[in-house]
Each structure stands twice: as C-alpha cells, then as structure tokens.
Write a protein of this length. Structure first.
Lengths: 144, 144
DNA sequence: CCTTGTTAGTTACATTTTCAACTATTATCC
DNA sequence: GGATAATAGTTGAAAATGTAACTAACAAGG
C-alpha cells in the first residue's frame, strides 16, 4: 500500500524534470536575452531556421512542437529585428517561407557555438555514461 | 572545430529537458486542473504542505524554488478555497505559518496517490536501470 | 462552379507570470 | 535608543502565454 511518507516530491518525475529543465535553461536564457533581446520561442525559431534551413511557420510548429500563435509572434519580432524575411510562394499564397537574413545567420552561428559550450558545461558533473543514459531516457520521455 | 551540422537541437540538453518536462507534466496537469481547479504553483504548495507539514511562505519559496509573488497568490487562492489556513506566530508577526485544512489534506491525499500512479506510467517505457540513472542525473542537474 | 470543409496565419481577449515598488515588522550597529 | 538595513509578504503594472475567434486561401464533392 502506498503510504504518504515514502513518496518524495523530488521523486516525482514531472517535478524533477521541471526543476532540472529550469535550472538548465537559466544560464543560456540570459545569454540570448541580454545579447539579442530574444525570448525563448524566438531563440527556438532562430535555431530551427539556422539548423534546418528555411521553412514555413507551420513546419516550425510541427518540428518544434510550438503553438502557432507563439510562432506567429516570434516571427513578427524576429522580422522586425531583421533576423529573418518572409517570402510568399505562388503555389500556396496562405503560407510564407521563412528564411534567416545575414544578421539572423550571424546570430544563429554565435548562439549555436555558445550552446555547444554551454551544453558541455552542464554535463560536466556527469560521467559520460550518465550523460548518455540521461539523454536516452529524455528522448523516450519527450517522445521525440 | 565545432561545425554547424553536428549539433542537433535535440542534442541540446536544455531543449531536451524542456520537451521531456512539458510532455511529462501534461497528463498530471489536467488532473489537478479539472479535479480541483488548481494551477501548477497551487499544486506545488499543496504538495509541499502535505508532504512536509506546515511552514511559512518563505520556507515554501526556499524548498520549492518558487518566487514569493507566485506563492503569495497561490496561498491566497488555496485559502479562498479552504484548502489551507494561515496562523500568525507571536515570535515574528511578519511571517504566517501555513497549514492545510481537512479539505486540503484530502485533496493532497488524492493527488498524491494519483501522482504515484502517474509516475509509474511515465516510466513504464524505461528499464529500472534507466529510470534510476535518469533520476540520479536529474537530481544533479537540478542541484537539489 | 459553388457550397462546405480544411489549412496557414493573425488578432483579440483572458489568464498567468514577471518585475518593481510598497507596507509592516524585525535585526543590526553606532 | 534610534537610524539604517534587512526580511516576510502583498500589490499593481507590464510582459508573456493560452484560447478562441477570425481572415484569407486552398481542396473536395456534388
């Protein structure tokens, strides 16, 4: 029988995941925030476009599991800051293909490099085996 | 030299953690939302008080890594729904000790039991070794 | 073609979160 | 003791998020 005292909040996986995620996001967040005035969604949009090439907002939503309103606003902001451009395609005039500008690619390259450094710092306290096990489990849980 | 193509967004730990955390929170969230009309912070306050006994808002902030405004509002809401009571202590009239009511304890017992079930479902796709490794790594990353 | 349904994306509004300022009380230290 | 700082908690305004409704364009079936 499950008692009330053998279940620690720190044993509850959603809680543990959130704490770890928050802690992990903290440092990098300040980076793209202070350096480029970006929000998390903007950073993700930038990353997706930088990493996987130009695509529509819909594709971004699917790939990044982002809600379309978030993407819509992030794209508007990135466009305002000249990090990306929209291009309507004749085949479907509802959709707009999003592509990074030179400034956008530069920001991506910078943040991308920082992300790799940051990632290594994060896992510095973990053994390689722990690191690998962690990522494997996370991929399963995230259903990626 | 770090190239631009060997670093996937899904390899970036903060991203991976966030995806997993979001996915993991989803199911349980609907539970305390629909059943008790609670927000995440309220659920956490309830859990902390239920699990660790009565304490001040400050203690809650420290233990749960919550911001004091969040706690203040969550406590007000839980008090309004008669899930907890405040008690001023003569030693320090700034602080208020928070204690669950019978209704609060009942809600905690219910959600607590559900949480255990939910936790097991979550990790059903993981081997016991994977599960253990994951939690260990998360505790390190969360700096708990 | 033309009604109906679907999809891409935006906008408006309510809810939540964040940040800064505020009150009231206690601690510090000259 | 009395000024100053620090702490517990609240509140208001701004920013961000979520939800739903909306526009515009395409698709499909009759």
């Amino acid at each position: 029988m499950p008692s009330e005292s053998d279940f620690d909040l720190q044993q509850f996986l959603p809680y543990l995941l959130n704490q770890a995620a928050e802690q992990a996001s903290l440092g990098f967040q300040t980076l793209y925030k202070t350096r480029y005035g970006m929000l998390r969604t903007e950073w993700r949009v930038l990353f997706h476009l930088g990493r996987y090439g130009e695509m529509t907002a819909k594709a971004l939503c699917d790939r990044g599991r982002l809600h379309k309103t978030k993407v819509s606003r992030a794209v508007a902001k990135l466009e305002g800051r000249r990090f990306l451009q929209r291009r309507t395609v004749p085949q479907d005039r509802r959709a707009e293909v999003l592509a990074l500008t030179a400034a956008g690619r530069a920001a991506y390259a910078d943040l991308h490099a920082q992300a790799q450094v940051f990632d290594r710092q994060l896992t510095a306290g973990l053994s390689p085996a722990q690191d690998q096990a962690l990522r494997q489990a996370l991929v399963i849980l995230a259903k990626l």
